[in-house]
Design a binder for this molecule. Structure first.
Ligand code: NAD
Ligand code: ZN
Length: 351
């Protein structure tokens, strides 16, 4: 039985971003330390959306470039930058979608643990407690604000720093920060959550908490995308999806998305949609997913075209099959007997 770590505190409500200065001040008093690091998605740079007037010369802003998903090299570079600028920051704040939230988590680990981020990709490899961190999502769906992983693309594969030390200490859920998300991005990222839920619910590793959270999260996503848009509801659905995955694992869709993402550079949520669309034989909720896309005027392109070389296809299949934990969650410990490379390639060709 697992001893599950949760986020200690959260604030929910429109306008709650305004609570950030107070929280940071409290940290500085408790720690006798100076200066916080804010890792903010570059979308917000030069725009007057976030009120950052409370920052002083002791604080450091890092505009996280999320054009591509975070790599271990990028995170190492940012952590070095922080170490040079601030000896011991009192807090790290991640503000953005899953990418910025994961970058902030990884930096907070690297500030108190030696070496490079790739050394911590895996399960429970982080030894020293990280710098205190606050997560503030500006897109709903990944649930990264509540999970114990910081997903990074490393030299060999895409894998998270899965650790209790990757869990945020404090979360701020302010639906006002979601206003600027483009509609397509909203749908793709929310579908990542929808798929996490399906994979948790139909997987072998789950418990009553996971089932309750994942079911409710999926219901809320359906209400939002087949009914009326409600940013706050979406934030909660995402949070519950993140909490649900804590006691379970992903399944068949995520391994495909990692292969597609690694070889073709597709963004995670988009790759998830491309893959899930072809997994109807495993997940009955693909029907609902298709309805959501239709209602939201999203037509998915065909990604695996004649331009894809047999070598690329083979690499994608190999990368999919490297995900032993998710695949054994989906099919059981003997998954290799029922889910081989031929089947993976057959499915990939449909995507
Ligand atoms: P993202 O963070 O990659 O951002 C997507 C785009 O939206 C970027 O261009 C960004 O600049 C922009 N953006 C962010 N906030 C915005 C706003 N309020 N208005 C307008 N534009 C905005 O997207 P995502 O789907 O949230 O995150 C994907 C990443 O999360 C992937 O790297 C994936 O692997 C990771 N992930 C992590 C977890 C976890 O538990 N840690 C779970 C699922 C996915
Ligand atoms: Zn995902």
């Amino acid at each position: 039985m697992k001893n599950s770590k949760l986020v200690q505190y959260y604030i929910l409500g429109r306008g709650s971003f305004a609570k950030l200065p107070e929280l940071l001040e409290q940290r500085i008093k408790e720690n006798q330390a100076k200066g916080s690091v804010l890792v903010i998605d570059h979308f917000f740079q030069g725009k007057n959306i976030l009120d950052l007037s409370f920052l002083t010369a002791s604080d450091l802003i890092i505009w996280a470039d999320t054009t591509h998903e975070p790599t271990t090299d990028y995170v190492d570079e940012l952590a070095d930058k922080v170490k040079t600028a601030l000896a011991q920051p009192s807090a790290i704040v991640g503000i953005g979608g899953g990418s910025a939230l994961d970058i902030a988590k990884a930096i907070s680990v690297l500030l108190t643990n030696p070496g490079k981020s790739a050394e911590y990709q895996g399960w429970d490899l982080v030894k020293n407690p990280p710098v205190y961190k606050i997560g503030i999502p500006t897109i709903a769906g990944t649930g990264a604000e509540f999970t114990r992983t910081a997903v990074l693309t490393g030299p060999i594969k895409k894998l998270g720093i899965n650790s209790d030390f990757s869990v945020y200490d404090q979360v701020i859920l302010d639906a006002d920060l979601l206003k600027t998300v483009p509609h397509e991005q909203f749908v793709y990222t929310a579908m990542d959550c929808f798929v996490h839920n399906c994979e948790s619910l139909l997987g072998m590793q789950n418990d009553a908490m996971t089932i309750a959270m994942a079911q409710k999260s999926s219901d809320m996503i359906k209400e939002v995308f087949l009914g009326e848009m409600d940013h706050e509801k979406l934030l909660i659905a995402s949070s519950m999806g993140g909490l649900a995955i804590a006691n379970s694992n992903v399944g068949i869709c995520h391994p495909f998305s990692y292969g597609l993402g690694y070889v073709l550079g597709l963004h995670h949520a988009f790759a998830i949609c491309i893959a899930f669309n072809q997994l109807g034989e495993y997940y009955p909720e693909v029907e609902t997913f298709k309805k959501i896309l239709q209602k939201n005027n999203i037509v998915l392109p065909k990604i695996i075209t004649d331009d894809i070389t047999p070598e690329q296809l083979d690499q994608m299949a190999e990368l999919t099959l490297m995900n032993e934990k998710p695949l054994s969650n989906a099919f059981g410990p003997d998954w290799k007997n029922v889910f081989g490379k031929d089947k993976v390639i057959e499915l990939l060709k449909r995507m």
